[in-house]
Ligand binder design. Structure first.
Ligand code: NDP
Ligand SMILES: O=C1O[C@H](COP(=O)(O)O)[C@@H](O)[C@H](O)[C@H]1O
Length: 504
């Protein structure tokens, strides 16, 4: 791998502490960083290099999946780290930063390969990119790359504006837009699962698949992020990015050769085939919800509107479910159901593929077959389950579902940020969002954002600790389906309240 200088904007922040430094350290231990590299941490706080190295050490001790054991290796890693205090809006500060980077490049005798990682609030993305250009930081004799965190825009127009600004300083193939769901090992495994298994590949279309269900439910609430979440909601926070990425990774038509370019093309093709919703249609295909007070694993929790920093009359969505259709040869007539929500009964990110029930007839009325289900569990466990029907001779030969399970050993798995940073350092953008993907995703979501803003859809209040609003079941019932697993149907229906007014 090429020697690099890793320039981390926002190095004193939460994400750097919890994810980025641990990822770099684990890559270092696995010898996946180049022989020679430096990390330059940036922020407004003042630190000497030694103080900052100590700060990083603390973050590794707290958050790294491999705890620093061998002091020698830890010191070797920390020794590559420098700190530079910079207010990113201050033009002059970049002159000193360039000087420091050049000094380090000379000391290590490495080429000018510079990775700029923007782990800062989105309002700084464009200003940093243009300062990198103006200051000469981007005029490298090696390569330069930009890793950019979410959110990428607030809506279609702001995303286009941001992209236009970034493109003044970086080419598209130099921009690595992080979607951490694309770094999850099971998500990275999706395409192999289908492409490398003729059994699944043969069934992967509307001929055999009845519907696809994608769920990301969380037990956590808004936590300390009300300022951001009140302007985002689940639709921007999860749906526009992570959920649509999961859809693309599941349903893209597999290219003949799996390459970065081909995979991205197929994802873009899939988004172009998504049936557009008009603002008027949104109410028929989308359900929005907000958590009320309730109980999470035995603990009473407050309603969203009672959370610190949240407006007492907030109409922000903490839950979104939607029914989507892909108008192409392979997926025509297969509904795709997506839902995501906070303060739900369980933490679970999974994709369930329900197969068509074409073989009912031989058993006539005595048929008790359940549909074949392939469930790809992404989080918290990484597991693939296939539900089949089998005859139980201990129960009068009754038919009953049996499960075939394959689990990955999550404790050994690299974290999403490790996989993604490693790919970016190698220049492989397969698991990063291309601009066209981001733009098409916003295009699909935009009418829904407008319908939400104009309150054209009811806001369903669901109790914390439930499976979300009952209305989310209607989306499936209209085609004769239900969310899997089955027990959810019963649980939800009795608990859902329904509000349309803005007052609580
Ligand atoms: N935290 C998370 O789990 C996730 C975060 N993200 C995204 O990552 C990015 C960073 O988030 P997070 O770490 O949580 O944010 P924090 O608020 O914890 O950190 C912000 C960082 O930006 C720096 N900063 C703020 N203003 C300036 C300035 N004017 N000049 C220089 N540095 C500045 C702060 O440093 P200082 O105070 O020293 O100036 C700090 O290092 C955001 O885009 C967020 O949306 C994405 C997914 C998850
Ligand atoms: O990007 C985000 O993702 C997390 C959920 O991520 P996961 O890896 O735990 O599934 C979500 O809590 C957060 O609101 C959102 O910004």
């Amino acid at each position: 791998m090429d020697p690099i200088t890793f320039v981390l904007f926002g190095s004193t922040g939460d994400l750097a502490k919890r994810k980025i430094f641990p990822a770099l350290y684990n890559l270092f231990l696995e010898q996946k960083l180049p022989q020679s590299f430096s990390v330059i941490g940036l922020g407004r706080k003042t630190f000497t290099d030694a103080e900052f190295q100590h700060y990083v050490e603390q973050s590794l001790r707290t958050f790294s999946r491999r705890k620093p054991e061998a002091q020698e290796r830890l010191e070797e890693f920390l020794d590559c780290i420098r700190y530079y205090a910079l207010d990113v809006t201050n033009k002059e500060g970049y002159v000193g930063l360039l000087k420091l980077i050049q000094e380090r490049e000379e000391q290590l005798n490495i080429p000018e390969n510079r990775m700029f990682y923007l782990s800062v609030a989105p309002e700084f993305f464009d200003v940093i990119a243009s300062r990198i250009k103006e200051s000469g930081l981007g005029d490298t004799k090696g390569w330069k790359r930009l890793i950019i965190e979410k959110p990428f825009g607030h809506d279609l127009q702001s995303a286009r504006e941001l992209n236009h600004k970034l493109s003044q300083s970086f080419e598209e193939d130099e921009i690595f837009r992080i979607d951490h769901y694309l770094g999850k090992p099971m998500v990275q495994n999706l395409e192999t699962l289908v492409a490398a298994n003729p059994l699944l590949k043969a069934l992967w279309s509307n001929q055999y698949i009845a519907n696809i269900q994608i769920t990301a439910s969380e037990t956590v609430g808004v936590e300390e992020r009300a300022g951001y979440y009140e302007t985002a909601g689940a639709i921007r926070d999860m749906f526009q990015n992570h959920m649509l990425q999961l859809l693309m990774m599941t349903a893209m038509h597999l290219p003949a050769r799996i390459t970065e370019k081909n995979v991205r093309q197929q994802k873009i093709h899939l988004l172009k085939s998504l049936r557009r919703l008009s603002k008027k249609d949104a109410a028929n295909h989308v359900v929005r919800g907000q958590y009320g007070a309730g109980d999470i694993q035995g603990q009473a929790v407050a309603a969203y509107r009672e959370e610190p920093g949240v407006d007492a009359f907030s109409m922000t969505d903490t839950f979104v479910a939607a029914r989507l259709w892909i108008d192409d040869f392979f997926w025509n007539e297969v509904p795709i159901y997506i839902r995501t929500g906070k303060r739900m009964k369980e933490k679970s990110t999974r994709i369930t593929v329900e197969f068509k029930d074409r073989f009912k007839e031989p058993y006539g009325n005595a048929n008790q077959a359940v549909p074949n289900l392939l469930t790809i569990q992404i989080n918290p466990d990484e597991k693939i389950t296939l539900q089949l029907n089998s005859k139980n001779l201990l129960h009068n030969g009754q038919m009953e579902p049996v499960m075939m399970d394959f689990s990955m050993d999550a404790s050994q798995m690299p974290e999403a940020y490790e996989l993604l940073i490693f790919d970016a350092l190698r220049g492989d953008a397969t698991f990063f969002a291309h601009w066209e993907e981001v733009e098409l995703a916003w295009e699909w979501v935009q009418p829904v954002l407008e319908a939400f803003a104009e309150n054209q859809l009811p806001l369903h209040l669901y109790p914390s600790g439930s499976y979300g609003p009952a209305a989310a079941h209607r989306l499936l019932e209209e085609q004769g389906f239900r969310w899997w697993p089955d027990e959810e149907a019963v649980d939800v229906r009795e608990m859902t309240l329904h509000v349309t007014a803005s007052a609580p």
